[in-house]
Design a protein around this ligand. Structure first.
Ligand code: ZN
Length: 102
């Protein structure tokens, strides 16, 4: 996965196109990401007890990973990443713009 939890991403299509946010959740099996405050959906909660009112909860709906682009934490540019294996076998991502690994 090129995108990880905690990454900053920019939405490149849909109603939130152009907005940026932090990745809250990545689902490798479905190739979807949830981004903080973006692609919000409203869920209606029915009242559980008599006398309670129903609640509306907003939550970021997962969106396709191809709809977002990573923002490099080093150069703050929208970028694509490539991977590199370090001497200690650690896999790191490399920004194609500034060539920094992160
Ligand atoms: Zn960079």
């Amino acid at each position: 996965m090129k995108i990880k939890k905690g990454d900053k991403v920019k939405i490149i299509c849909g109603k939130d196109k152009g907005k940026t946010g932090k990745v809250l959740k990545v689902s490798p099996s479905t190739q979807k990401v949830s981004v903080e405050g973006l692609n919000l959906r409203t869920k209606h909660m029915r009242p559980r007890k008599e006398g309670e009112t129903g609640q509306r909860i907003q939550f970021p709906a997962p969106m396709d990973i191809s709809n977002v682009i990573l923002i490099c934490p080093k150069c703050s540019k929208e970028t694509r990443v490539s991977f590199k294996i370090l001497k200690d076998k650690k896999k790191v991502r490399i920004c194609k713009k500034c060539k920094e690994n992160f």
